[in-house]
Design a protein around this ligand. Sequence first.
Ligand code: COA
Length: 102
Amino acid sequence: MAEEKNTIVWNEAQRKFETVDKKAYIEYEVRGSKVIDITHTYVPPSKRGLGLAADLCAAAFTHAQNHSLSVIPTCSYVSDTFLPRNPNWNSIVHKDDPKSSM
Ligand code: COA
């Protein structure tokens, strides 16, 4: 069976989620043991407007949720477009810990 072009895979070594052809990707940095910072999303011009960036975000957020990680949405696509359109994912957006919970 031919591999779907838009299948998204985790590239752990390069800290990306990317399409199999590597042309579209979301990049993150690890901040401590329980936080990832999504720094950049890229989709080639010919594939834009089809929801591919949203699929990349969904893969990254699902991964974070499955690993009990919170997410810093540094990339403007994530903060300004993906999260407002998918507010359920705000539940794992990183919040600075208050000095004390008491
Ligand atoms: N910041 C926030 N939102 C953006 C954006 C940006 N820089 N560029 C486009 N968008 C929004 C548009 O408003 C668009 O809205 P529409 O659906 O009403 O047209 C929406 O993204 C499209 O969503 P989707 O189809 O899921 O995204 P995409 O697959 O077209 O990819 C980008 C979106 C931003 C990843 C792509 O345009 C890109 O690679 N741009 C160049 C790199 C970049 O600016 N990355 C984001 C900052 S790190």
